[in-house]
Every structure is written in C-alpha cells, then in structure tokens.
Write a protein that binds this ligand. Structure first.
Ligand code: MTE
Ligand code: MO
Length: 324
C-alpha cells in the first residue's frame, strides 16, 4: 500500500492514464486477495538508495567514457534519486513505486541465450558478455507512452554489437527479446492475466541502427535493479515500453514478434511505437510530456527528437502502423 502521498507528477491526472488502468479494472475481481502488493525487500538507505548485497563484479567498468555524439540532449539529466523511485517494471508491480520490491531480483549468475535464426545457438554468462562488448556512455531522452519523460546517463553498448556477436543468419528479419520469468521472485508475475514473460521486438534494420542501445550501467555505475539489471534495451525514439528490461533471451526470427503490450491491447500498443506528438494514444494526447521531477510540461518531438537518425528506417512502412 502506498502510504506516502503521491507527488503531482506521479498522477498524470487528466492526461495519460496508466498502462495498467484498463487491464486492472477489467481484472479487479481476479486480483482481490491474490498477487496484491508485495512486502518491500531490500535495505533502503536514506534517499531510497539500496545497499547492494554483494559488490558488483563489473563495478570497475563504469563510467565507461562518454561518446561525444550522445553527450548532450539539450535537457538536464533527471536526478538519480527521482529516476530510481519512479519506474515501470510490471514484474514487480503495476505501479511506479517498485524500487524496493525490485531489489529481490537476483542478477548473478545471469545468462543470455541467443537462438532462432543464428549460425549456432549459445548461452553466455552476462559477465563474459559485457566484457566482450565495447562499452561507452550515452545520455538519452526517454519518453513513456504515459506522457512523462526523463533524461538518463546510460553506460552500455550499441545493440548492433550484440547482433554481430550473435551471428544471425541473413534470413533473420526481426530480433525478439525476452525478460526473465520467475513468479517466485517477481510478485507481479503472479498476476497471471498478464502474458509473461515480457517480450519486445525490433526489425533488424532498427536493431542495427546506431541509436539502439543495451544499457548495463546508469549514472556511472552498474545499472540498478529497478532500471532492468543486468541488461536492458533503450530505443529512445520509441515509446518506453519497447525498452525491455532484464533480458535473458535474444532470438532472431523471420516473423514479426508480438510484444507484451501488443498482446494485451493491440489497438493501443503496436509493434513500431515510434513517438509522434501528432498521433494521440486512443485514450490521451501525446502532444506534450511531463518532465520527471520538474513539474514542467514540454512539447513532445517527432521520433522523440531523433528523427534525423531514424526516420529513413520507415520509408516502406505504412504510416498508420508507425506511431502507436
Ligand atoms: N521487462 C519489462 N521491461 C520494461 C517494462 C516492464 O514493465 N517490464 N516497462 C517498460 C516501460 S513502459 C517503460 S516507460 C520503461 C521504464 O524504464 P525506467 O523504469 O528505467 O524508467 O521500461 C520498459 N521496460
Ligand atoms: Mo512506459
């Protein structure tokens, strides 16, 4: 139960309603006495920071060195404390205050399986994988479909490096990502009406675009659990739900993957989900966004301000598929 009175930015009042609103209303009866809100775990320090149970074996990799092409997004970086306490991670609850619950996630050992249309299927330990990748820092804007935004200083590597590592066959047209599935650890996954595990996908052209990024660090440290440790995607020109957290499986396929939100509400959450202020969500406007932690509302930009890098990817896609 949330005891704390939510701040204004936690309730996008007459604007966006939560991604959970629809499904939760529909399933309220099923929810009663089941799943519910878990008991907070983890040791909260003042300011909501978490005491790590064990030292992270990759701590010395961060920060990794700023890529100057992505150093400035024309907006201040979102305060770490604000960002760390306002998250979407439905595996740990369908609300924003999941940061304590998310500390239950065990991120070691952690493996990533590469399969589908690849030269050879393989399962790789995360610590081996991250050390094989060229790490760098990038500052990215993030725009949630719920009409709030933030600016995050990530560390990690370009997704195209991971694609090269996985050696997909030339017949691969899409990349599909899967999050862990462990209802014992993740209380949200006991909400059985959701189609767990969380799945997302991109076209191969999107995956190989330089902007597509795998974050393994944030704020100059190994990435926090609530941000999707130990590795999560960030495609900053797309609505935030595309940026899947805590990846355990990367598959290559010739069929367009059906993602988590698309499976739940296909009329509202499509495959491409590119940001466009002129295309409203079925239930709210996307014209403006609340800048997390500031109370400020600013105009939303086409492709979230990244049109120059990505607009060319969509020349052959019907426009009515692109922006939801
Ligand atoms: N596995 C998983 N990945 C996820 C989500 C989720 O619920 N589960 N939420 C998505 C949504 S809607 C957003 S806006 C971002 C939020 O990232 P943040 O909590 O780091 O801000 O993560 C995305 N990735
Ligand atoms: Mo989101």
């Amino acid at each position: 139960m949330l005891i704390k009175r939510p701040k204004s930015w936690e309730i996008p009042e007459n604007m966006a309603s939560s991604e959970a609103t629809f499904i939760n209303r529909r399933n309220l009866i099923k929810a009663a006495g089941f799943g519910g809100i878990g008991v907070a775990a983890g040791l909260a320090l003042p300011g909501g920071r978490m005491e790590a149970a064990e030292p992270d074996p990759t701590a010395e990799l961060y920060p990794s060195g700023m890529n100057p092409a992505y150093a400035d997004v024309g907006r201040p970086i979102t305060d770490e404390e604000t960002n760390s306490q306002y998250n979407n991670f439905y595996e740990f609850g369908s609300h924003k205050r999941i940061f304590k619950e998310a500390q239950k996630l065990q991120t070691r050992p952690w493996t990533v399986t590469f399969d589908g249309l690849v030269e050879e299927e393989m399962t790789v330990d995360f610590d081996t994988l991250v050390r094989a990748m060229p790490l760098e820092d990038r500052v990215y804007r993030h725009r949630c479909v719920e009409a709030w935004s933030m600016v995050v200083p990530w560390s990690g590597f370009a997704l195209k490096e991971l694609v090269a590592y996985a050696k997909p066959l030339s017949s691969a047209k899409y990349i599909r990502f899967e999050t862990f599935n462990d209802a014992k650890t993740a209380s949200g996954q006991r909400q059985i009406w959701y189609p767990w595990p969380y799945v997302e996908g991109l076209t191969m052209a999107e995956a190989n675009n330089d902007l597509s990024f795998i974050a393994t660090g944030a704020y100059g440290k190994p990435i926090a659990k609530q941000f999707g440790a130990p590795l999560r995607l960030h495609t900053p020109w797309k609505f935030g739900f595309k940026s899947i957290k805590s990846i355990v499986r990367v598959s290559f396929t010739d069929e367009q993957p059906v993602s988590f939100w698309e499976e739940i509400l296909p009329a509202e959450y499509g495959f491409y989900a590119n940001v466009n202020p002129e295309v409203p969500h079925k239930r709210w406007s996307q014209a403006t966004e609340e800048v997390l932690g500031t109370g400020e509302r600013v105009p939303t930009q086409l492709f979230n301000g990244y049109a120059e890098q990505v607009a060319h990817l969509y020349k052959d896609v019907p426009e009515d598929q692109l922006f939801y």
